[in-house]
Design a protein around this ligand. Structure first.
Ligand SMILES: [Zn+2]
Length: 471
C-alpha cells in the first residue's frame, strides 16, 4: 500500500488502554488519600471506645465519596475535550473555526466538576460553538443532566425555595431557589414540547397508538380549575374578586384512562396505572385537539366504548361533540346532585325538613336517571318571583344535560358516572402545588410545573429523562 507522505504530522496519542490505566492509577491514589483523611478525622483518639458522632461520620463519609465521585467524573470528562477537527458546522450553515479550550464549572450529583471543552468561533454568526456541550447536554447550563432531573423533580413537588433547601440537605447539592425555578420551568416546557412532537408523529402516522389490543372502555375526563396568577396575566379580565377583577386563570385538565373490569358489586374499576394527564391554560379550541390526540395515543380508535366525563361546563361538551362524536357523554352525578341541593335551597328557604325531604326524593329520581320526572317535579313548586331567574337557570342545567344524566342506564352498562378522577387530578396536580398561600404564577410557569406533575402522575417521568433526543 502506498503511504501518503503529505499527511500532516500529529504527535503520537496515548492508546486507549494507556489512558485507562493512568486514570485508574490516579483514582486509586485519590481514593487512598480520601480514605486516610476520613480515617484520621473519624477514628476516636485514645482507647477507641465511644466518641463517634454517627451523624457527623455518615455525612462526612458521604461528602468524601461525593468528592471521589466528582474527581472520577472530572477525569472521565477530560478524556474527550470535544475537539472535532479544525472546523465544525456552526448550526446555521457556516463553518466555525477552533479557537481554544475553555473551562466551565458544572454542578453534578457528585460534586462540582471542572470541564474543558473545545471552543469554536463562527465569523458569520459572531458566536461560539461548543460541540461537546451539546453532546453532554450541558449547553447553556451550569447544571449536569442528573442535577437538572432531580431539581425539576423537587421543584415540581414543593415551593422553589424549599426545594433548594431539600436539595442541599438530601442530596448535598447547591442549587439556588431561582435556579430551581428556571430548571423546573425549562424541564416542564421540554416535556410539553416532547408531548407535542409525539402527538404530531401520531397524527402523521409515524408512530402507532397504544396498545395494539382492543380496549373495552376508554374514558376522557375533563375539568377546569383556577390558578392564582400575577396581575399581568389577568389584566382587563372580569372576575369574581371583590373588586370585580379576575385574580386567577383557568387551567384545563384532561385525563385519559381505561376500564376493563367490574368489581364484585358490578361497579366499574379503573385499570391500574392507566391514567395519563394533560393540561393547558389555553382556550377550549386549543385544548380540544390536544385531548383528542392524547386519546388517539392511548388507542381511542381501538376502544369499543368511549365515555366523556365532565361537569356541566359547556366547553367540555363542545369538545366532546366535535372530537368524540360517537362517545357516551356523562355529566358527573355528584355535580348534578349539588345542583338539586342548590335548587332545594332556593325553593324551600325556610323549612329545613321540607327541603330535605324534597331534595332526597329528587336525588332518588336523579340517581335513577329519571330526568323527565325530575323536571316535572321541579315545575310543580311555586317560587317567589325574586328568585325565578335563578330557578330557571338551575332547571335549564338539567334540561340541557338530560341525555347525559341517564344514570340508571349508565350503571347497567357498567360505566363510571362520576368525574372523580379528573377532580382528584385538579386537587393533586394543580391545587396542592400551585394554590398555596401567597402564590402568584405566570401562566408559563404554572403550565410548566403542571406538566412536570402530569408527567410524573402518568408514570412517564423515567421515560422522558431517559430519552436524550427529547431531554
Ligand atoms: Zn454561523
Amino acid at each position: 500500500m502506498k503511504r501518503d507522505h503529505c499527511q500532516t504530522w500529529s504527535p503520537p496519542q496515548p492508546s486507549r488502554t494507556a489512558k485507562k490505566g493512568a486514570l485508574a492509577t490516579e483514582l486509586r491514589e485519590e481514593i487512598g488519600q480520601e480514605v486516610e483523611r476520613l480515617v484520621t478525622l473519624l477514628t476516636p483518639a485514645g482507647d477507641g471506645v465511644g466518641g463517634l458522632d454517627l451523624e457527623v461520620a455518615e455525612l462526612a463519609i458521604r461528602a468524601g465519596m461525593h468528592r471521589i465521585g466528582g474527581s472520577f467524573l472530572e477525569k472521565l470528562l477530560a478524556l474527550d475535550r470535544g475537539h472535532r477537527g479544525p472546523r465544525v458546522e456552526c448550526g446555521a450553515g457556516h463553518e466555525a473555526t477552533f479557537v481554544n479550550y475553555r473551562e466551565k464549572y458544572l454542578t453534578t450529583v457528585l460534586a462540582p466538576v471542572r470541564v474543558q471543552r473545545a471552543y469554536y468561533h463562527c465569523a458569520d454568526c459572531h458566536g461560539g460553538v461548543v460541540p461537546r456541550d451539546d453532546e453532554l447536554r450541558i449547553a447553556g447550563s451550569s447544571l449536569s443532566p442528573g442535577v437538572r432531573r432531580i431539581t425539576a423533580r423537587t421543584g415540581s413537588q414543593e415551593p422553589f425555595a424549599q426545594a433548594s433547601r431539600d436539595l442541599a440537605d438530601l442530596a448535598g447539592i447547591t442549587v439556588p431557589a431561582k435556579q430551581v425555578e428556571r430548571v423546573s420551568e425549562a424541564s416542564g416546557d421540554r416535556i410539553r414540547k416532547a408531548a407535542e412532537n409525539e402527538w404530531a408523529d401520531l397524527l402523521a402516522g409515524t408512530i402507532l397508538p397504544l396498545p395494539a389490543t382492543p380496549i373495552p372502555t376508554l374514558y376522557v375526563a375533563v375539568d377546569g380549575t383556577g390558578v392564582p396568577t400575577v396581575p399581568a396575566e389577568t389584566e382587563g379580565r372580569a372576575g369574581k374578586g371583590a373588586d370585580g377583577r379576575a385574580h386567577t386563570r383557568e387551567i384545563k385538565l384532561g385525563c385519559v384512562f381505561t376500564q376493563t373490569k367490574l368489581d364484585e358489586d358490578g361497579r366499574p374499576v379503573r385499570d391500574p396505572d392507566s391514567t395519563s394527564y394533560l393540561a393547558t391554560a389555553e382556550s377550549a379550541e386549543t385544548f380540544g385537539p390536544m385531548v383528542y390526540t392524547e386519546a388517539l395515543r392511548r388507542g381511542v380508535q381501538r376502544a369499543r366504548r368511549v365515555v366523556i366525563l365532565g361537569d356541566g361546563a359547556r366547553w367540555i361538551w363542545n369538545i366532546a361533540g366535535e372530537h368524540f362524536p360517537n362517545s357516551i357523554q356523562v355529566v358527573d352525578l355528584y355535580h348534578a346532585r349539588e345542583h338539586v341541593g342548590d335548587l332545594a335551597t332556593l325553593l324551600f328557604p325556610t323549612d329545613p325538613t321540607e327541603r330535605r325531604q324534597w331534595r332526597e326524593a329528587r336525588v332518588t329520581e336523579l340517581d335513577r336517571g329519571d330526568i323527565t320526572t325530575l323536571l316535572h317535579q321541579f315545575r310543580q313548586v311555586d317560587c317567589a318571583s325574586g328568585i325565578a331567574d335563578q330557578v330557571r337557570k338551575q332547571i335549564s342545567y338539567f334540561e340541557t344535560n338530560k341525555t347525559r344524566m341517564r344514570y340508571g342506564e349508565f350503571r347497567r352498562m357498567g360505566i363510571f358516572v362520576g368525574s372523580g378522577v379528573v377532580e382528584a387530578g385538579c386537587r393533586s396536580l394543580v391545587h396542592q402545588r400551585l394554590k398555596q398561600s401567597g402564590m402568584r404564577w405566570s401562566l408559563r410557569g404554572a403550565q410548566s410545573v403542571i406538566w412536570l406533575r402530569c408527567h410524573q402522575a402518568g408514570g412517564r417521568w423515567d421515560e422522558f429523562w431517559a430519552a436524550p433526543k427529547i431531554a
